[in-house]
Design a protein around this ligand. Sequence first.
Ligand code: ADE
Length: 266
Amino acid sequence: MHIDIFTLFPAMFPGYLNESILKRAQEMGKLSVAVHNIRDYAQGKHRVTDEPPFGGGGGMVLKPEPIFAAVESLLINHQSDKYEDLRLMIKSPLILMSPQGRPFTQAIAQELAQQERLALLCGRYEGVDERVRQHLVTDEISIGDYVLTGGELAAMVVVDAVARLLPGALGAEGAADCDSHATGLLEGPHYTKPAVFREWAVPDVLRSGHAANIARWRREQALRRTWQRRPDLLLTAVLTETDKAYLAVLAEEEAGVLVEKGEDKS
Ligand code: ADE
C-alpha cells in the first residue's frame, strides 16, 4: 500500500514512521509513505498557506490553492482548465483529518487496508477552506471527540492502524485477528513469563497446554472484559449461543453482587 500525506509540518512524521512495525512494513515493501509539504505548492515570495477567515473571527484558515495544487500535481493524471469534479479523477481516497469527520474505528481501518493507495490531508489552525471539503476530499475522519492542534497525529493514528492490518506486517499471519475490536469484543488479559511474579500466578489454564480449554477461557475473558468495560459493544458483536449463556452467567453474578451490596433497585 502507498500512502501520501499532505501537511504543513512534514518533520513531524519521520520519527514515528521509522520505528518498529511501520519501519519493518516499509522495509518489507508492504508499505510506502510519502510526506508532502503543502507549502511547496504555495505561490509567491512568502508561500502563504493560511489567511484569516472571511467574515472575521479568530484563527487562520488553510487556503485552498496550495492544497488543490499539491493534490492535482500528485494524485490526478489528467489536467484540464475546466472545474471538473476532481474527486472522480483522483487516484486514491483523499481523507481530510478533522474533528468533524466520521469517527475512526477498527472497521474503517479494515476498510482502508483494502486500498492500494490512500491519501491523508492534515488540517491545521481553525480548519481548511470549505471548498477543499466540497470539491476535493472524498472522505473525512476524526480520531475522537477532542480537538488537536492539527491533523498530523490523527494521520499517524490512521497510518498505524491501517499498516498493521496489511498482510504479513505483524509477522505471524492473523496476529491482528483477535485484537480488541477486530472481533467486536475487547481482548481478554495476556500473561507472559515468569509464571509467578511477586506471588501473583498466571491462571493455570494458560499453562495447561489444553488448546480447547485455553480458547474457551480466552473467549470468556473477552466477553467478561467487554461486559465490564464496553457493554455497548455487545449490542453489535457476533455472539454464539455459548457466548450468550456465559453473558447470562455474568448478569446473574452482577445481580448477586448488587443484592449483597444492597444496591438492587428492582
Ligand atoms: N484535527 C484536529 N482534531 C482532530 C481529530 N479529533 N481528529 C482528526 N483530525 C483532527
